[in-house]
Design a protein around this ligand. Structure first.
Ligand SMILES: Cc1cc2nc3c(=O)[nH]c(=O)nc-3n(C[C@H](O)[C@H](O)[C@H](O)COP(=O)(O)O)c2cc1C
Length: 362
């Protein structure tokens, strides 16, 4: 069952998706890796709890990231893999990747833009054995990334995360496609999987090795994971269900809000990043829709594509407020099947359940 991912081997076909800000840090990632999966730390503003974050957000986050990668690796005890999720759109993208690689991370997973720079950044840290993976939402993006990585660095992805339109957080689809998906008419993840596998086929042949694809976004359980694996996926990435675990790094407030959320509370928001996103329809989201949200008064410059003080709200502040369980001011990212998450559990219980369902469905 083990999947080869570059120079690493993953014993269970389960990835925990990166969740910013502060939702998946060392504790959650370390717990998932300790069970044999891939646990992922989100680099997005990951130092927001540091005392000097207000003064030096970049320095505080890089210092925290180094510590978190090392701590997650300790928690993992050599069992699974510890990854970081670095969004291309973040201002300190390159430094975050370098820091994680130097700290000994096992994989870098990168989306929210095309991670064309990633293999060149990895080449700057030759001692790193990290597997490199883009997050894509189409075969076209997968093909372009392979072409550029091959041309510039003679390298192709060690694995790919295919994120469909039912995922939480930012979505790699048009606002129309995101709204359609929310209305129950999503672009089929099975079809996207075939597109991506076809786009990767010439590169698999040329490099004579597999490029495992993990599907993400609304994968409900181990039985669905088994179905996608029959269709050629190497496994699945889950995120929302890991929020309601004891080990998740979010506050108890966030976890309770998620546990109480129903399917009809989910909506598509327009993020200041310029992409649609899936979140709960919280008071902040309603104020933004109705034009009643005051514009941000300060900016830490976290995202390259953000219109800064002209944005209808500060996404960093809104995600940090959510982390803290502040229902009035928070932006609560979640996947489309948040309504099914209704009991608090542990990472071990979640992973055992997925694997039991997977075995029963094979
Ligand atoms: C609260 C939350 C925050 C997220 N933050 C990020 C992020 O920072 N970067 C990223 O690439 N994906 C992010 N995602 C997407 C997940 O990593 C994952 O691919 C997706 O949500 C999987 O679908 P599921 O939640 O239905 O299992 C986030 C998802 C959630 C629910």
């Amino acid at each position: 069952m083990a999947v080869r991912l570059g120079r690493h081997s993953l014993s269970l076909p389960i990835l925990q998706g990166g969740m910013g800000i502060g939702i998946s840090l060392d504790r959650l990632a370390g717990a998932v890796a300790a069970k044999g999966g891939m646990g992922t730390i989100s680099t997005a503003a990951c130092g927001f709890q540091e005392p000097d974050y207000g003064r030096d957000p970049s320095g505080a986050s890089l210092r925290a990231l180094d510590r978190q990668v090392r701590r997650a690796k300790e928690l993992a005890k050599g069992a699974g893999m510890v990854a970081v999720n670095a969004m291309v759109a973040t201002a300190q993208y390159a430094d975050s990747v370098r820091t994680a690689l130097r700290a000994g991370v096992d994989a870098v997973v990168s989306g929210a833009g095309l991670p064309l720079q990633l293999p060149a950044l990895a080449a700057e840290v030759p001692e790193s054995t990290a597997a490199l993976a883009p997050i894509v939402s189409s075969g076209k993006a997968a093909a372009l990334i392979c072409k550029v990585w091959d041309k510039r660095c003679r390298r192709i992805p060690d694995f790919v995360v295919l994120e469909g339109p039912l995922a939480g957080g930012h979505l790699g689809f048009s606002p129309e496609e995101a709204v359609q998906a929310q209305a129950g008419r999503p672009v089929s993840l099975s079809r996207l999987l075939q597109d991506v596998r076809e786009a990767l086929a010439p590169w698999r042949e040329r490099y004579r090795r597999d490029i495992p694809v993990f599907v993400a976004g609304g994968v409900e359980d181990g039985a669905q994971m088994a179905r996608y694996m029959e269709e050629g996926a190497a496994g699945a990435q889950f995120a929302t269900r890991f929020i309601a675990t004891e080990e998740c790094d979010a506050s108890e407030g966030y976890k309770q809000i998620l546990l109480n959320a129903q399917t009809e509370d989910v909506t598509i928001v327009k993020s200041p990043v310029g992409m649609p996103g899936r979140a709960l329809r919280s008071p902040l989201v309603r104020r933004v829709e109705e034009g009643g949200q005051p514009r941000p008064s300060k900016c830490v410059g976290c995202l390259v594509p953000c219109k800064k003080l002209e944005s209808p709200y500060c996404i960093s502040q809104a995600l940090i407020a959510a982390w803290d369980g502040d229902w009035e001011n928070g932006l609560f990212f979640c996947g489309s099947n948040v309504g099914q998450v209704d009991t608090m559990s542990t990472v071990g219980e979640q992973m055992d359940q997925i694997m039991t369902e997977w075995r029963a469905a094979r």
